[in-house]
Ligand binder design. Structure first.
Ligand code: C2E
Ligand code: CA
Ligand code: CA
Ligand code: CA
Length: 280
């Protein structure tokens, strides 16, 4: 038993070491990337209005174009950026670029859409966040109602009075607020009622399991009905099949997002997507 313990300890140590080494490397590369205007590219995933099939908006999802490793997905660097506080300058770039792209979407004349931007917990505690958002809105001359910020339940639960304060400030700028990954955190709907939010995004894990597990289907149905009772709109993520889309439409879910319609795509591809869906 002693020998096994020793080996486990060694394996653990090696894993820890690899993890720390990776953290340091990614952090260093992220700092370099911050000076490169083209390092971060924003992809857009369409959201479809369930009632009429038009594109109502999209979600901005960042990709990192690493000079050696190619495209790196957010799951590999957002946590590291968050722990090293680099998420603040990176997040500010994402906000600025996305709002700039939104003004381009507007100029194409394919309808008024709404763009959602993810905010991490650290950004939420940054006192200059609201100013950064307002400046970009003015600079690119978009309407604040065209912007939505997605936050997770975990942010909202960390420091409730601070969260409420920032949420109200955000709300006052005229943007809307969505709770992301809804259902995976601990907050209850009655609790969320106190927050000035507009939208609940149902986590994809429930949506994906709806067709194999009736409990998940009931959960999704319950979230949608309760959300509507509280005057929130609902978005389902992880819509991968026509069956998912049909079930959610029957349940009166407002917007649908997922691979069934489109993966996240580059700006120009998204403009084409808009053209295809929103013109006759
Ligand atoms: P999220 O906000 O929950 O975003 C949804 C993720 O699900 C995206 O992964 C998207 O590509 C993926 N997805 C979309 N449709 C489907 C589908 O039909 N099926 C399945 N299985 N997956 C689908 P992505 O782009 O890799 O982003 C991962 C996470 O990274 C995001 O999760 C978000 O938490 C974070 N993230 C992405 N961009 C940003 C950003 O600009 N800022 C911050 N703070 N976080 C970001
Ligand atoms: Ca999101
Ligand atoms: Ca999500
Ligand atoms: Ca997620």
């Amino acid at each position: 038993a002693k020998k096994a313990d020793k080996n486990n300890y060694k394996v653990f140590n090696n894993k820890m070491y690899a993890k720390i080494k990776n953290f340091v490397k990614v952090e260093k590369d992220l700092r370099i990337a911050l000076d490169d205007e083209k390092a971060f590219e924003i992809f857009y995933q369409p959201k479809i209005k369930a009632q009429d099939g038009f594109v109502s908006g999209c979600e901005a999802l960042v990709r990192w174009k690493h000079p050696k490793k190619g495209i790196i997905y957010p799951d590999e660097f957002i946590d590291i950026a968050e722990e090293s506080a680099l998420i603040i300058p990176i997040g500010n770039k994402i906000i600025e670029k996305t709002i700039k792209d939104l003004s381009e979407f507007n100029s194409k004349g394919y309808g008024t859409i709404k763009v959602a931007i993810n905010l991490s917990a650290k950004q939420f505690t940054d006192n200059s966040l609201i100013g950064t958002i307002q400046k970009a809105i003015e600079k690119y001359d978009v309407h604040p109602s065209q912007l939505e910020f997605e936050i997770t339940e975990s942010i909202s639960m960390q420091n409730i009075s601070k969260t409420l304060e920032v949420l109200h400030q955000l709300k006052q700028t005229g943007v809307s607020i969505a709770i992301d990954d809804f259902g995976t955190g601990y907050s209850s709907l009655s609790y969320l009622k106190q927050f000035p939010i507009n939208t609940l995004k149902i986590d994809k894990s429930f949506v994906l399991d709806m067709t194999i597990d009736n409990d998940d289907k009931s959960i999704v149905n319950t979230i949608i009905n309760m959300a509507h009772t509280l005057n929130f709109t609902t978005v389902a993520e992880g819509v991968e099949t026509l069956e998912h889309a049909d079930i959610l439409t029957d349940m009166n879910c407002d917007e649908l997002q997922g691979y069934y319609y489109s993966k996240p795509i580059a700006k120009d591809e998204f403009i084409n997507f808009l053209k295809t869906y929103n013109t006759n």
